[in-house]
Ligand binder design. Sequence first.
Ligand code: AMP
Length: 302
Amino acid sequence: MSLLVVGSVAYDALESPFGKVERTLGGAATYFSVAAAFFTHVNLVAIVGDDFHPKDEAIFRKRSIDIEGLERASGKCFFWAGRYSENLNERITLATDLNVFAEFKPRLPEKYRNSKYVFLANIAPDLQRDVLHQVSGTPRISAMDTMNYWIERTNSELQETLKHVDILMINDSETRQLSNEHNLLRAARRIFKMGPSTLVVKRGEYGAMLVDKRGVFCIPAFPLEEPHDPTGAGDSFAGGFMGYLAGAGSKSDTALRRAMVYGSVLGSFAVERFGLERLLSLKQSEIHARARHFAKLTQFKL
Ligand code: AMP
């Protein structure tokens, strides 16, 4: 089953207490696609400039990621720079240069239009909606991410987009900001009134929580002794989650719970090394071994 993603393909400069990289391939749609391609075929919609390097293009080409929807424009790729605090829990954005992204008007290639699974990564909510409207018919599952920037500056656009998606996947502070509720269960109830029927709250080192009308499911973060760089963890989580659902072709409660596990698995691998490094060396067998480890980690008798 094809999974469509729209979002940023970027160059990132990253600093954490464990080191520094000056320029590495990043972007929400990049992490998402690489993570999701372990489970299903991915159709990527994004824009890059003429500094986009062939060795980075090869990362997509070598995987089950279609890049017909990766538009080329004259100018530079989106550039983002960030620095993490000592405990990796806080991040400061040092630079966000939209570059070619500023003029991005996503156009779906004909063959992407019948995608049944759609993920709208963190970009302007009107662009997210524009992409969703280019998909023919109603997708089996549509999901989206967003961030404080859009919640604060384009709230009415965001509210319009929310009306059209099934799953909202955001972090805990975004959940509280969007709903004006501190308690995450009450926040979920408010968010359901905005449109989505499922809320997935990404809680960093505290794991993730799924809330829908059937109830709540929580998963811990995989305990790691030495995470190096949290960049892209949320997008890799989303890639594992949506990739699993598209690959399984199901949206049953069991499938959603497994998707939470695979989301956590991919997120946990992403933080082990800088940038995409760990996801690029990752093997299918390691994913399944860690998923089994998750099952052990969360099992108990009553
Ligand atoms: P995350 O760590 O999940 O927040 O995602 C980090 C990735 O998102 C980085 O690789 C950045 O290139 C990309 N990014 C950062 N800010 C933005 C933004 N405003 N819009 C789109 N992508 C962004």
